[in-house]
Design a protein around this ligand. Structure first.
Ligand SMILES: *Cc1c(COP(=O)(O)O)cnc(C)c1O
Length: 366
């Protein structure tokens, strides 16, 4: 499969995922486990392909959002010692499924803790994000509960709200709040469990944030965990489209829905079969560019469901011709830059990639 038959192609480099995991492992050093967030189908890249590669690299701790994602992950990690944590916890009556698929719920509320009867669980503490997890008061109450000491707690975790802004005062505030809650748990009847705090950008806040395990997602998939600085991660994803038609324009002409772009005089417009149905956000209209054999070719006019139009006037006619391949994300068009042009973040671009796009998995070594 490739661009011979299809007009667009998504190439996913599993070798880059593997290298990214190792970069993070080397960064945190020995003694700190490096887990992997594979929720939302490994950020849209395909958990069935990504998870086994990470397990092979040495990852033993996986995080999904939902029970069904956890069951799917177990099916592709059958014989490994991999632990699979389900971040959204255990819906009522699903204990049996957690047990039979060897999944670990992350318990986020006192009710969730009370309802969970048997088997290992993780505990989520809210250190200041106001999203999931126990409040400091709830931690105090839990620590005083003798029944809690008997629980099999596999991990105590919290999540950072502003780790992608290293100078943000909330990082240190959350660290302090988390440490206070951990101390409360230990002072009380709580068991001594391993601790996890950092997501991808959190890893780069320094060793204070590493504890026993880090939980990257984005960085594994090539998103820059250090915004504003050079990206230390390898590029994983490449979206390419093939020019379907080139229109020679010789008089003023409007392009696309809403006639939002005008070719002033002479020019050439190439049409490429990638649209918002493929996850090429509509907000990229008149904002993004493609990359064609070293030429930057701006997206002009609106993004349609199935098509975009590129101004290829500056590229030689024999290069900007039907069949020529244009890089749209990756390969000269860094994912984070495209996300910025779309007014969003790389996470949303990845998870929004359309099911229609043909996919090829490769394993490049560098
Ligand atoms: C998604 C998620 C992560 C991974 O975050 P990245 O920023 O993608 O590294 C870690 N922990 C929790 C609780 C999450 O929801």
């Amino acid at each position: 499969m490739g661009l011979d038959r299809a007009g667009a192609l998504l190439t996913i480099d599993l070798g880059a995922v593997r290298r990214n995991w190792r970069v993070l492992r080397d960064r945190v050093g020995p003694g700190v486990r490096v887990g992997a967030a594979i929720k939302a189908d490994a950020y849209g890249l395909g958990a069935a392909r990504v998870a086994p590669v990470l397990a092979e690299a040495g990852c033993r701790d996986f995080f999904t959002a939902t029970l069904d994602e956890g069951i799917a992950a177990r099916a592709v990690l059958p014989d490994t010692e991999a632990r699979i944590f389900v971040l959204n916890g255990a819906p009522p009556g699903t204990d049996g499924e957690f047990a039979s698929h060897r999944l670990i719920p992350v318990l986020n509320t006192p009710d969730g803790i009370a309802a969970w009867r048997e088997g290992p669980a993780a505990l989520h503490l809210d250190s200041g994000m106001c999203r999931l997890g126990l409040t400091p008061d709830e931690v105090v109450e839990l620590a005083g509960d003798p029944a809690f000491g008997a629980r099999d707690i596999a991990l105590v975790m919290s999540h950072l709200a502003c780790a992608d802004e290293p100078a943000h005062s909330r990082n240190a505030a959350q660290l302090k709040s988390f440490r206070d809650m951990l101390a409360r748990l230990r002072d009380g009847a709580g068991p001594r469990a391993p601790v996890s705090f950092a997501n991808s950008p959190g890893i780069f806040l320094g060793p204070d944030y590493h504890f026993d395990m880090v939980r990257p997602g984005a960085a594994l998939y090539g998103i820059n965990p250090t915004p504003g600085k050079p990206n230390p991660m390898a590029e994983v994803l490449r979206l390419q489209g093939k020019i379907l038609q080139v229109r020679d324009v010789d008089r003023p002409q409007a392009v696309g829905y809403g006639a939002t772009h005008r070719v002033a005089g002479k020019g050439r417009i190439a049409t490429v079969p990638v649209g918002y149905a493929d996850g090429f956000a509509r907000s990229l209209g008149n904002r993004a560019s493609g990359f064609l054999a070293g030429y930057r070719v701006p997206v002009v006019g609106r993004v349609s469901m199935d098509l975009i139009t590129l101004d290829v006037t500056d590229a030689p006619a024999d290069i900007a011709a039907p069949g020529a391949v244009v890089d749209l994300i990756g390969g000269g068009r860094p994912l984070d830059e495209v996300a910025k042009e779309a007014g969003t973040i790389g996470y949303e671009i990845l998870t929004g990639l359309g099911a229609r796009l043909p996919r090829v998995y490769v394993e490049r070594t560098a």
